[in-house]
Ligand binder design. Structure first.
Ligand SMILES: [Zn+2]
Length: 203
């Protein structure tokens, strides 16, 4: 039995190389905006750059299964527009989207805005991706330990045209912390990532 060990170790070493050959790494740029608002504390992000990098690292660990990586192009603060919400709009995604100015958006990256608190954990229906720092989840077995990273990874799934799939352990299930993708989702997401790479102007 011990004689087999070097062979096993050799085969294990070969495995990642093989998958990289069949699935080359696709890198997409992300620009992060930390929302600021003196009048609307819900919008005021508390993350700093180190926190953003840690979240992105975790989101990338989830997306590694698809050979897709999100690189941080830049991180900066973004002042929210001073639009008072109607009482019932305070947690609404349309209102949150309407207070985000677009002039700092990147022509060469996916724009991601962090806010402190909102109704949904995150959303994407055309730029930008918006992620809440205090998401609420039902935990699933083997799910992500970093809820904010899971929200980011899920919304980036929508950027890559993935739809919701309510299989509990799936990355595209709503309000859960699962992280898995099936082969079709991986194929679709990679196809969309390639389209984005071809359409985006070079930095
Ligand atoms: Zn979703």
């Amino acid at each position: 039995m011990p004689r087999l060990l070097p062979l096993v170790a050799f085969l294990v070493c070969l495995m990642p190389l093989r998958s990289e050959e069949s699935m080359p790494l696709l890198s997409l740029q992300v620009r992060v905006h930390l929302m600021q608002s003196a009048t609307q504390p819900r919008l005021q992000a508390t993350l700093d750059e180190a926190g953003v990098r840690a979240i992105l690292r975790e989101a990338n660990a989830i997306w590694a299964q698809a050979g897709i990586r999100f690189e941080l192009e830049a991180v900066g603060v973004l002042q929210a527009l001073d639009i008072a919400p109607k009482r019932w709009f305070e947690r609404d995604r349309n209102w949150v989207k309407s207070v985000i100015p677009t002039n700092e958006f990147s022509p060469t990256a996916i724009d991601v805005c962090f806010v402190r608190e909102m109704g949904p954990n995150g959303f994407f229906y055309g730029e930008p991706v918006v992620v809440c720092e205090m998401p609420e989840f039902t935990k699933v077995k083997g799910g992500s330990a970093n809820p904010v990273a899971r929200v980011l990874a899920h919304e980036l799934g929508h950027v890559l045209f993935l739809k919701h799939r309510q299989d509990h352990t799936n990355l595209m299930a709503s309000a859960r912390n699962g992280t898995s993708l099936n082969n079709q989702e991986i194929k679709d997401a990679r196809q969309r990532a390639l389209q984005i790479l071809q359409q985006m102007p070079l930095p």
